[in-house]
Design a protein around this ligand. Structure first.
Ligand SMILES: *Cc1c(COP(=O)(O)O)cnc(C)c1O
Length: 389
């Protein structure tokens, strides 16, 4: 073989079956091959195990899919290139023309866009409600044949808790599917409820280090298999190296999540006692209007703490910019703490009544709490509050 041929057919390194790596290797290969046409065809007909093309399946992705499905308490999972891809592909695969979707003003903005603008172009109808109004959800499901309800809990950034028992019961009674974007609560929460499809952004708690994006659709096998052909041809595949990094992140998922929750509660308690703070919203605080519901539904309460600062938009700005440890940035669930004032979270696509439901004011400040030392975080918040009039 000439060198130009050799470099394209590198020597194979065989790892004996009784000599396994402790960490699974990254299968950074698009293609997989069988020794014969017959075996290739058998695989194509689903008659044997194996892999063929990484847009369809890949061993590195498969390991992560199984990890996440187990943790969420469902049979199967399909990974996507980002969280929004998971939300959007689930909606695309489940909806057809004339279907009716229920969604909420308190949702992730791109999800609202997907339903209200994109799916609307293909003839999917919708009703937008407030996640706080369970009666309205039940009424809508009773009166309007509905394909699916897509929702989040806790909501962003005001941390309203959806009543999962009532919503899932109403959906089941009226043959609507439930799709829960469970990004805020995490994979270890909400699995005990009768949810048909979970979607997650892996960019947040799963990756955990703010260095990789991904998404996951998690459901029982029959539901996911029905969606799979649509998902595969839309092509929002996760890269194997990204999947490897998320898998690595998952090893410390519980350590990080527990520490973040502990820190978040400490921060929430500190803020609640501070005279320059109007009110604090954290589902783990007894003062949260839905604390009892949150306790019933969740193991823990997440890393986002939202509060209202006494003053106006300028006060929120002074406070935000005075923080040293908290970076002004979107996202959540990473090791480092972040801050976002209401000014940069205001939803522009909502009408006045819907904005009221969303509940974001100029004095709203959202904190995403990391795994730093709680006392350092509180000292930083203290000095920033001291700079406010
Ligand atoms: C971040 C987020 C998404 C989107 O995830 P990306 O990975 O950024 O695409 C979807 N839903 C919720 C609730 C999120 O917080």
């Amino acid at each position: 073989m000439k060198p130009s041929t050799r470099v394209n057919h590198p020597p194979e390194v065989h790892v004996p079956a009784d000599n396994r790596p402790l960490v699974a290797p990254v299968y950074q290969s698009v293609k997989f091959t069988f020794g014969s046409i017959g075996e290739t065809e058998r695989h194509g007909r689903g008659e044997r195990e194996g892999f063929y093309y990484s847009r369809i399946s890949n061993p590195t992705l498969r390991q992560l899919e199984l990890t996440l499905a187990q943790l969420q308490g469902r049979e199967d999972c399909l990974l996507t290139a980002s969280g929004v891809a998971a939300v959007n592909l689930a909606l695309l695969a489940l909806c057809k023309q004339d279907d009716h979707v229920v969604l909420f003003a308190e949702m992730y903005q791109p999800t609202r866009y997907m339903v209200r603008r994109l799916l609307a172009r293909y003839g999917v109808r919708h009703t937008m409600l407030s996640i706080a109004d369970t009666d309205a959800i039940e009424r809508t499901l009773e009166t309007t044949p509905t394909r699916l309800v897509i929702f989040e809990t806790p909501s962003n950034p005001m941390l309203k808790i959806a009543d999962l028992e009532r919503i899932t019961a109403a959906a089941r009674a009226h043959r609507a599917l439930t799709v829960l974007d469970n990004t805020f609560a995490g994979f270890h929460n909400h699995g005990q409820f009768d949810i048909d499809v979970f979607v997650h952004s892996l960019t947040k708690y799963a990756s955990g280090h703010g260095d990789v994006m991904g998404g996951a659709i998690i459901a029982n096998r029959a539901t996911l298999n029905a969606m799979r052909p649509d998902l595969i041809v839309t092509g929002a595949t996760l890269d194997p190296h990204a999947a490897f990094l998320v898998q690595r992140g998952m090893k410390t998922y519980f350590l990080r999540y527990e520490r973040q929750c502990e820190n978040a509660l400490a921060v929430a308690r500190f803020l609640e006692a501070h005279p320059k703070v109007e009110s604090v919203c954290y589902p783990g605080l007894p003062s949260h209007p839905q604390h009892a519901l949150a306790r019933r539904q969740m193991h823990d309460f997440g890393s986002v703490v939202t509060f209202s600062i006494r003053g106006d938009r300028a006060t929120a700005r002074t406070f935000t910019e005075a923080l040293r440890l908290f970076a002004i940035s979107a996202s959540l669930g990473s090791t480092e703490s972040l801050v976002q004032p209401g000014q940069i979270m205001r939803p522009r696509d909502l009408n006045e009544a819907e904005r009221e439901w969303a509940g974001i004011a100029d004095t709203t400040v959202r904190l995403s709490i990391g795994i730093e030392d709680a006392a350092d975080l509180i000292a930083d918040l203290e000095q920033a509050l001291a700079r406010c009039p």
